[in-house]
Design a protein around this ligand. Structure first.
Ligand SMILES: *[C@@H]1O[C@H](CO)[C@@H](O)[C@H](O)[C@H]1NC(C)=O
Ligand SMILES: *[C@@H]1O[C@H](CO)[C@@H](O)[C@H](O)[C@H]1NC(C)=O
Ligand SMILES: *[C@@H]1O[C@H](CO)[C@@H](O)[C@H](O)[C@H]1NC(C)=O
Ligand SMILES: *[C@@H]1O[C@H](CO)[C@@H](O)[C@H](O)[C@H]1NC(C)=O
Length: 509
């Protein structure tokens, strides 16, 4: 067949036009070519795959893979993984998982801090840190010799897995400061080799200033970290929550997505939202069953979020979508004023005023839907949109309708929420500061109830108990902002409903 084509093309053009190849031959010709192409593709794919599976320090592979590995959990090591590397695995065993890595560089320590989930039980292998420098064009180059890592556990060790830091202490001879290139890292229990498919980019943190006061002047003033989000699609509630906190001065929000619904995802991707607020949604696909770790790996998530904002934001608030940090408006109408006000509060003797505070702690009170009848009737989403001219009303807002709260306020450390000063904190914890920078002996300052606390809007408080026996108070302090929140939410709603095809209908019961 090939000869036939070759001969054909050697003929002068006029003759070629006359000499038509029979249709049957053309069919065979095409089939043969397709088969040849298919075989070539398969062979190439096999070669590529084989290359990727090789565990040698193949730097080209590292370079190709590194971009696809950003921003979600990856398993760096599974017990008995040698068998995977031999090609005889996979083997079920305890896993070591990493999410992100931050270069924590200061006078006391130079370390790459890896956000990880590690087993709380059993013998832990010794890991080695393999460091690389380089960029996308030149590929990555090993940066010094591999060196041993340290695993540092956080709390909640009653679960099979726990949030932890894996630390790669940088040897003094590796001067990192004179280069701006990104660094990449591979963890491996073997000094001589690492898995080129499991590479983490190392994020550089702006160097902290040595400051006795909490006077930082970073790019952002207030940011929020939201715990991992699971099965959430309440788009209207989310809009209100975002707009309330934006009114308070929050400009950045970071969320961790396990399974957000389609409508919430549409809102979070919309230009209407991005115009006013910087929202980062990171994937949080845990590679283990959720019951093996405390609240979907919340310890690791709060560690990641804090380090993400270190050197970037002055204050980071840790909240969930049904929680609002509401200041007492006679003391502060936004978070900048709230922080200033809290700095003037007399502190207990344990706090040393000449040292910076690491965290402001806010107590929580429950606002239950079943405590009392709501003000008005909130509506829920109707899909698709029915009446496109319909506007939002005050009684679509939870901060307007929900005014009854349990008079009991949780004591500090129980269900409390906080605002961290990222540069003073190492581990923010879940309800109370876990670990601060050694310098910040000031630690935690609890906000007096009178100045501000967290409104936690729950649906059901009473459960089997009789609601009438629960001591409650009417608290409509959030109404101070409700007109502004409505205006902003309405504006966002108008644009998002077009983009995401949303509508409203009355909430049943
Ligand atoms: C940084 O500078 C030091 C001293 O000037 C040099 O020895 C070292 O190789 C430099 N490191 C890099 C990564 O360029
Ligand atoms: C969140 O994750 C879910 C499930 O993987 C996905 O369908 C959704 O699009 C994601 N949303 C965002 C905003 O990333
Ligand atoms: C407060 O901190 C400063 C600076 O470290 C120290 O000199 C002082 O003794 C501390 N005061 C108390 C009461 O601990
Ligand atoms: C707000 O502050 C004022 C003045 O200090 C006080 O009278 C009021 O009770 C406070 N409100 C709340 C809800 O604590």
């Amino acid at each position: 067949m090939r000869n036939l084509i070759a001969t054909f093309y050697r003929l002068p053009l006029t003759q070629r036009l006359n000499k038509v190849i029979p249709a049957k031959n053309i069919y065979h010709l095409r089939l043969r070519n397709i088969i040849i192409i298919l075989i070539t593709v398969i062979i190439l794919a096999c070669i590529t795959l084989n290359n990727k599976l090789r565990s040698e320090n193949d730097l080209k592979v590292v370079n190709e893979e590194k971009n696809s590995r950003q921003g979600d959990w990856q398993i760096v090591w599974e017990e008995n993984q040698e068998q995977i590397w031999d090609g005889s695995g996979p083997v079920k065993g305890l896993k070591f998982m990493v999410y992100s890595a931050y270069l924590d560089e200061n006078n006391e320590r130079n370390v790459i801090r890896i956000i990880a989930l590690t087993p709380t039980k059993g013998m832990l292998p010794n890991f080695f840190c393999h460091l690389f420098t380089g960029d996308d064009k030149t590929g990555v180059i090993p940066f010094g010799e591999p060196f041993p890592a340290i695993i540092e556990h956080s709390g909640y060790s009653q679960y099979l897995y726990g949030g932890s830091f894996i630390l790669c202490p940088i040897m003094p001879h590796l001067t990192l400061r004179n280069t701006t290139k990104p660094y990449f890292l591979a963890l491996s229990p073997i000094r001589e080799k690492f898995d080129g498919r499991r590479i983490l980019p190392v994020q550089k943190i702006q160097r902290r200033r040595t400051s006795r006061e909490n006077v930082f002047n970073f790019q952002y003033h207030f940011a929020i970290c939201v715990q991992p989000t699971y099965r959430y699609d309440s788009v209207l509630e989310l809009m209100e929550w975002l707009e309330f906190h934006r009114m308070m001065g929050v400009t950045h929000v970071t969320m961790y997505n396990i399974s957000m619904g389609a409508h919430v995802s549409c809102l979070l991707r919309s230009n209407a939202l991005k115009k006013n607020l910087d929202v980062l949604v990171l994937p949080w696909g845990l590679p283990i069953p959720s019951k093996q770790v405390h609240v979907n790996g919340q310890v690791a998530q709060s560690n990641d979020c804090l380090w993400r904002y270190r050197g970037v934001a002055n204050y980071v608030l840790f909240l969930d979508f049904d929680e609002y940090l509401v200041p007492n408006y006679t003391h502060a109408v936004n978070y900048a004023q709230l922080v200033e006000r809290l700095k003037t509060v007399p502190v207990d003797e344990k706090l040393n005023r000449s040292l910076p505070v690491a965290q402001f702690l806010f107590r929580s009170a429950f606002f239950g839907k079943d405590l009392a009848r709501e003000f008005g009737t909130r509506r829920k989403l109707a899909l698709p949109s029915t009446d496109s001219s319909e506007k939002l009303r005050l009684d679509d807002l939870i901060t307007f309708t929900r005014t009854e709260r349990q008079s009991f306020m949780y004591p500090a450390k129980v269900r409390s929420k906080f605002m961290s000063i990222p540069n003073q904190v190492i581990e923010p914890g879940v309800h109370y500061l876990e670990r601060s920078e050694p310098r910040s002996l000031g630690e935690v300052q609890v906000s007096p109830e009178e100045i501000g606390f967290v409104h936690h809007y729950r649906d059901y408080l009473c459960g089997v108990r009789e609601c009438s026996t629960l001591k409650k108070v009417t608290d409509n302090s959030a109404h101070f902002w409700v007109a502004g929140v409505l205006e902003r939410t309405e504006e966002l709603w108008k644009e998002v409903r077009k983009e995401c095809n949303l509508g409203l209908e009355m909430l049943q019961s």
